[in-house]
Design a protein around this ligand. Structure first.
Ligand SMILES: C[S@@+](CC[C@H](N)C(=O)[O-])C[C@H]1O[C@@H](n2cnc3c(N)ncnc32)[C@H](O)[C@@H]1O
Length: 278
């Protein structure tokens, strides 16, 4: 039993043959731990630090002008971008499938007396708001999706935008893929109580698919009463590859910039931000 599980963990799956994205964000325990990471100013896990987010919202405002615009933030999490964009005069809708993150977002909006519409929905399958000037999808959420879901999402976003409306999203760049290494590790409670409040063992195998700039972080978590697996796929992009996907979905790439400051992209950049138009 245990041999079979570990043998399977060390086998390289076909790209995107199993996905577990929703477990990370909607499992009640893990979603609560994720919220802690979103808000933790000592780490960039789940959300970037507030200082970086301020810089990103600043360049989005400079380039696209937020005041008076209708904006939908897909995968808004606890509303860190939504609050800031609303603060600059945009009418903001935040969409996320994590009830835990949205509860925090709604409480913050109420405390700040801000009229932000938050919707609990899956942006791949549920109805999304239309007639938007701007759609944002921030923190490389695009990179965890299969090629089919990436096209599906881009086409859905095109349908959300007014003619000439903009999409701003970010992806991990191939410069970061070059730093990654394959590995197999295990430990007792390897991330503290992140995976489970119970004592547990965590096994992690990292697979790289060099020709595709694709990585898989595969986890097996074993508690006294439960065993579950996590498949975290991460697609890394260069400007050509991401431009081809955006164009195939019927959007026009306007600019590819460095994420932190909106300045022109350089090959060393670890993350790219794309501005595309409907
Ligand atoms: C990496 S976090 C980023 C959150 C936020 N954009 C930020 O940077 O602070 C990804 C967010 O996307 C949400 N998410 C992932 N897939 C989703 C889907 N298919 N539909 C709706 N929300 C999704 C998760 O619940 C999570 O809040």
């Amino acid at each position: 039993m245990m041999y079979a599980a570990l043998d399977d963990l060390n086998r390289r799956p076909e790209p995107f043959s199993r996905c577990t994205i929703d477990t990370l964000w909607t499992d009640p325990w893990i979603a609560r731990k994720m919220l802690d990471y979103h808000l933790d100013q000592g780490t960039d896990l789940a959300s970037r630090r507030f200082e970086t987010i301020d810089g990103i919202v600043d360049w989005v405002d400079r380039k696209l002008g937020l005041s008076g615009k209708s904006v939908c933030d897909l995968g808004c999490g606890p509303g860190l971008y939504a609050m800031r964009m609303a603060g600059r005069g945009a009418t903001v809708t935040g969409v996320d499938f994590s009830a835990v993150a949205l509860a925090h977002a709604r409480a913050e909006a109420a405390a700040g007396n801000m009229a932000i519409a938050y919707r609990q929905a899956d942006y791949l399958t549920d109805d999304l708001p239309g007639d938007q000037d701007l759609v944002t999808l921030i923190y490389c959420d695009y990179c965890v999706l299969s090629p089919q879901d990436r096209q599906r999402l881009l086409k859905r976003i095109k349908g959300m935008l007014k003619p000439g409306g903009a999409l701003v999203f970010d992806v991990y760049a191939t410069a970061q893929f070059a730093q990654r290494k394959e590995a197999a590790t295990y430990g007792r409670n390897p991330m503290g109580d992140f995976w489970s409040p119970d004592d547990h063992f965590g096994f992690q195998t990292i697979f790289l698919y060099e020709e595709q700039n694709l990585a898989l972080d595969r986890y097996l978590i074993v508690t006294p009463t439960r065993r579950f697996e996590i498949f975290n796929w991460l697609q890394y992009f260069d400007p050509e590859a991401i431009s081809a996907e955006v164009t195939r979905a019927g959007l026009a790439v306007e600019e590819i910039v460095a994420l932190a400051n909106g300045e022109p992209w350089t090959p060393e950049a670890g993350e790219l931000a794309i501005i595309a138009r409907a």
